[in-house]
Design a protein around this ligand. Structure first.
Ligand SMILES: Cc1cc2nc3c(=O)[nH]c(=O)nc-3n(C[C@H](O)[C@H](O)[C@H](O)COP(=O)(O)OP(=O)(O)OC[C@H]3O[C@@H](n4cnc5c(N)ncnc54)[C@H](O)[C@@H]3O)c2cc1C
Length: 403
């Protein structure tokens, strides 16, 4: 990677180190390339290694961001179109049924590993270089560049460094040692895909069940079911979550969903250790005060992690990647980072706050759950219409406009 000699942060960037090759990283690299900035992605894990993960849904706003870097088709081809959400109570009562806004690309659902794979392949096809086996450890600024140090003692140098290393970002703690870490939502997330559960095809609809003790989501496409469960667990013991074995998670889920209407038990009956995504505490980071310092900026979960209840984390990561590249295209580095932050912060923190409210409904006790089920149809009708959520889903970045 070459550097413009004596570039100060008042100059435009020409080269970038992208730390993390999950969702934000590949999209950032493609967007930077489109903006005329050469980017290399550094990621610890080789493609195809690790768990394929549970289902993840990319909303229309995320797909619009991907369209700007030519990666929307690859993701759509790898997933199922899922334009409807049906929200039910544990008694089986339908509380609301919501369709995607007309004229927008329908939500796409796919295994998390396949989303990352599709984005990495799109970036590679555009000529972007990935260096796998690289875990970022630290960075130093030279006055005219930034040098990243990896835990294998190698280094890389560029005009800017973009931290796309997720909710437990190391880059974030390097630019602000006092930065807040993840906040636990009170829920443990479990999920995966099963075949042959015998549940009828859901016709592109995700079903979300606010059960008596826990929350269950499922979608059926042909013979295949994508599912997830959110189990309320008040106090988080990370070590205990890691140490809990498959059979014990299954026992807890059977117990949680035993009295609910819906196909949860039918689906759980088909779950195997191989098809079961690694259980994870659901977390968010509601406010990261410092998004950039000098030649380093954060995007995606490193800057604005929303809990999965929003269904927006990956979409917001893609949006931020494109917006940051647009700012770096038009402005010197320091001004670009400031413009990026002021354009993005309000929107992403609003999504994070809304998701936090949904989490409270998912973790409701028996009395609160009864009140929730009684009031939800009223609130859904008034406040959760596709039109009311257009600010999330119809959001577009105007790539051609000058920042
Ligand atoms: C259970 C669950 C369900 C979810 N469901 C949805 C959903 O339906 N829809 C949705 O939009 N979002 C969903 N999300 C959120 C979504 O997964 C994230 O918002 C999104 O992945 C953020 O992308 P990212 O690239 O910022 O972070 P990540 O996808 O976490 O990628 C970070 C990358 O950085 C790498 N990395 C980490 N540390 C380093 C380091 N030191 N050096 C170099 N690389 C490093 C990691 O290996 C990883 O590849 C869900 C999250 C969870 C946990």
């Amino acid at each position: 990677m070459t550097n413009t000699p004596h570039l100060t942060s008042a100059n435009p960037a020409r080269t970038a180190i992208v730390v993390g090759g999950g969702v934000a990283g590949p999209v950032a690299a493609m967007a930077l390339r489109k903006a005329g900035i050469e980017a290399v992605v550094y990621e610890p894990y080789a493609p195809g290694t690790g768990n394929r993960g549970g289902p993840i849904t990319l909303a229309s706003n995320g797909q619009s961001a991907l369209a700007l870097v030519g990666a929307d088709k690859a993701v759509q081809d790898a997933g199922w179109a899922t334009p409807r959400m049906v929200i039910q109570s544990g008694t089986g009562k339908v509380l609301a049924s919501l369709d995607d806004l007309p004229g927008l690309p329908p939500r796409v659902t796919l295994p998390r590993g396949e989303l990352v794979g599709a984005l990495q392949r799109s970036a590679m096809e555009q000529g972007i270089e990935f260096r796998f086996g690289k875990r970022f450890a630290d960075a130093v600024e030279t006055g005219h560049s930034v040098i990243a140090q990896f835990d294998d003692h190698t280094t890389a140098e560029a005009d800017v460094l973009i931290g796309c290393d997720g909710i437990r970002s190391t880059v974030r703690s390097r630019i602000d040692p006092a930065a807040p870490g993840p906040r636990y939502t009170g829920l443990i997330g479990l999920g995966g895909y099963v075949d042959g559960a015998g549940v009828p095809d859901s016709g592109g609809a995700w079903h979300f069940i606010f059960g008596r003790r826990a929350f269950f989501g499922y979608i059926v496409h042909g013979d295949r079911t994508g599912w997830f469960a959110n189990l309320p667990v008040k106090r988080l013991d990370r070590e205990a979550v890691r140490a809990t074995e498959f059979d014990e998670w299954m026992r807890r889920m059977w117990e949680a969903f035993a009295d609910d209407a819906g196909p949860a038990l039918q689906v759980l009956d088909r779950v195997t250790p191989e098809s079961f995504a690694t259980p994870s505490p659901l977390e968010d980071v509601p406010h990261v005060p410092v998004w950039s310092k000098g030649r380093i900026a954060l995007i995606g979960d490193a800057a604005h992690a929303t809990s999965p209840s929003s269904g927006q984390g990956a979409s917001l990561a893609a949006e931020s990647a494109v917006e940051l590249a647009r700012c770096l295209r038009d402005l010197p580095v320091g001004e670009a980072f400031a413009a990026y932050t002021s354009r993005r912060r309000g929107r992403v923190e609003r999504v994070i706050a809304e998701a936090a409210r949904t989490n409270q409904s998912k973790a409701a006790g028996p009395i609160a759950a009864r009140i929730r089920d009684a009031l939800m149809p009223f609130f859904m009708e008034r406040f959760a219409t596709p039109e009311k959520s257009a600010w999330q889903y119809a959001y577009r970045i105007d790539w051609e406009a000058t920042v």
